[in-house]
Ligand binder design. Structure first.
Ligand SMILES: Nc1ncnc2c1ncn2[C@@H]1O[C@H](COP(=O)(O)OP(=O)(O)O)[C@@H](O)[C@H]1O
Ligand SMILES: [Mg+2]
Length: 365
């Protein structure tokens, strides 16, 4: 099987007065595992449904392998969809569920049987072919739904939160299975999720969405290590986001800012004036002085929160803002609440970013 290229150009969708998607441009490469990531209501499902053909764009176009399919009915697009709620036929066997889609393709019976068997093997459900969906666990039902989608040899598979109804442990297992299935099939996956960990672990690239728009596109490492906005930093992983006063440019593309009553150098210079936040990941902060000289801020320990492998030390700066410092739990003796400490951070981990779609400055999630 071969993966299709998917291009979205200026895609808009409004429901009456309500804009759901407000101008999405994307170019998904053949065979790519691409995720649309964002909070509930940001327009992920609407975007996916337009690619599938279940919704008509208000404006803009959808190209699959350079052919404009914007007005092509769903069943004539080289695309198939897997939904969160499986949508299997309860009174049909697993085998008949998977074979169902093939009825509309003129496939000889023997070929159909072979294709169904292959698809079921691929999702490791071969031994359950005669069962009914009600006799399967949620994870097994979702595997059947996957088999039913891939048996049709789509060039693009659309998946809308397919693991959303499963428990955490099973989700982890299926994430790994789905990723390796995608690699062996070579078809393009467009995967919708609100779960940042899922998007980071599975995707070749991802788009972070907010309010019907894409805020950033990149590989997981690009987006995690180099968030374009404070919103992206906040949505992916944890981030300390602080109000700062920009004192002025420092040498070599750095910026001096005042934060927590101290002046420190940040490792970048914002592209234009306008509101900026200081963004720093908790794991990039330390309470131990490193060998080289780095920016430091005096603080007082407010709370210590044990989290298993890591412990969060929440410290209060002279100006009252709080910062989270994340340390490996086993490594160090953690300070006590009330203790005076110094927070150290390399310049390159202190980033000045525009807020983007961020609505809750100061929050750490
Ligand atoms: N059929 C519809 N009619 C009216 N509004 C809708 C419809 N579908 C989605 N919306 C609205 O469009 C926005 C985006 O929805 P959706 O694409 O489902 O978001 P997501 O999948 O990211 O949670 C939401 O504000 C939602 O309420
Ligand atoms: Mg949705």
């Amino acid at each position: 099987m071969r993966g299709g290229r998917v291009q979205l150009e200026g895609l808009h969708k409004s429901y009456g007065e309500v804009p759901a998607v407000r101008g999405v441009d994307l170019d998904v490469a053949p065979g790519e595992f691409f995720s649309l990531l964002g909070p509930s209501g940001c327009g992920k499902t609407t975007t996916l449904r337009m690619i599938a053909g279940f919704e008509t764009p208000t404006s803009g176009s959808i190209l699959i392998d350079a052919a404009d399919v914007s007005r092509v009915p769903p069943n004539e697009r080289p695309v198939n969809t897997v939904f969160q709620n499986y949508a299997l036929f309860p009174f049909m066997s697993v085998e008949d569920n998977v074979a169902f889609g093939l009825r509309y393709q003129k496939v000889p019976k023997a070929d159909a049987r072979r294709k169904v068997a292959e698809a079921l093997e691929m999702v490791r459900m071969g031994q359950y072919a005669q069962r009914r969906p009600g006799q399967l666990s949620g994870g097994q039902q979702q595997r059947v739904a996957l088999a039913r989608a891939i048996v049709l040899s789509p060039r693009v598979l659309l998946l809308d939160e397919p693991l959303g109804a499963l428990d955490a442990k099973l989700r982890k297992t299926l994430q790994i299975e789905l990723k390796s299935l995608q690699e062996s099939l070579g078809i393009t996956f467009i995967y919708v999720t609100h779960d940042q960990e899922e998007a980071l672990t599975m995707s070749d690239r991802l788009a972070v969405m907010a309010g019907g728009l894409i805020e950033q596109v990149g590989t997981p490492a690009e987006v995690y290590d180099g968030p374009a906005t404070a919103y992206v930093a906040d949505f992916l992983g944890s981030a300390n986001i602080l109000d700062v006063e920009v004192v002025g440019p420092a040498s070599e593309g750095r910026t001096s800012v005042r934060v927590g009553g101290t002046t420190v150098q940040c490792g970048n210079r914002p592209s234009d004036s306008g509101d900026v936040k200081l963004v720093v990941r908790p794991e990039r902060l330390s309470l131990e002085a490193p060998a080289e000289t780095v920016p430091s801020i005096p603080a007082t320990v407010a709370r210590v929160v044990y989290q298993g492998p890591t412990t969060d030390i929440i410290v209060r700066l002279a100006t009252g803002e709080e910062l989270v410092v994340r340390q490996p739990s086993e490594r160090v003796a953690h300070p006590q609440p009330g203790e005076a400490v110094t927070v150290y951070c390399r310049e390159d981990a202190l980033r000045l970013l525009h807020p983007g779609a961020l609505t809750h400055p100061g929050s750490v999630t």
